[in-house]
Design a protein around this ligand. Sequence first.
Ligand code: NCD
Length: 316
Amino acid sequence: MRRHLLSVDDLSREDIERILRRAESFAEVSGREIKKVPTLRGRTVINLFYEASTRTSSSFELAAKRLSADLVSVKSSGSAVEKGESLKDTVQTLSAYDPAAIVIRSPQAGAAALVARWTRASVINAGDGKHEHPTQALLDLYTLKRRAGSLEGLRVWIVGDVLHSRVARSNILAFTRMGCGVTVCGPPTLIPRGIESLGCEVRYTLDELGKADAVYALRMQRERMTGSFVPSLREYAAQYQIDCRRLGPSQLLMHPGPVNRGVELAAEVIDSPQALITEQVESGVVVRMAVLYELLAGGGAPSPVRAPETEAPQPA
Ligand code: NCD
């Protein structure tokens, strides 16, 4: 595995499988009363978030703490970024602390790759504009695999604002790499031209949604929309909202959060047993522990992984 995690394309299928197995071993640690292992004791992890985040930032913080790393969390509001410090200067300043990893979220596509050029730390992309969000894709694979048993041959429909979604891009790459069949669906204005080249099919209506094993709904990314992409949210919901009429009883439902209740999802499906949304959040911690472990604690060269029961690290 490479030194940085910037894109799902940095990961082979074997890398992904190893991370998922590692996450499973950390799930065992998370079930203990003391949820901590000494793996990254004395190493520093910096979370650098230039964009709003609840799930990603809190789960990276918990992941670093449960691995016993020293953690510094910097948010653009309240930091020197507000005084106009550039990303490069901020990264060079924080690199003076000799961090082992920098986790970066930015509204700019390509920001994580730039950070990787300016620091000796391992860089983890926690979302760069509409480009990629690889750790979200990994936690989604982990969650779906746990519920469905196997990913091979599963049919996944990704529905909604694909155009502005880094989650869609990372997840199309990740699901197809793991043997799933991926279909993206939404209004033509919200499906990027040429998206099929990533290995998915495209539909503009939900007519064939019944073929899906799992439905992955996306949030309307209103903060990234400069013009008008749908006539109104109401009309969007009328055609594309996942509700209990459209979602069959054996289909699973996923969403990266935060959900616009009543827009992409109806309240009744969010709270249904088919929804994996809370499990996705829970998986975020163990999968991000596994990513930090792989990048910082010698996952480096592909190594044979023992069964989860035997490889769980001992408590601190
Ligand atoms: C996603 C993101 O920020 O890209 N959320 C997340 O990381 N949990 C999806 C979104 O904001 O819609």
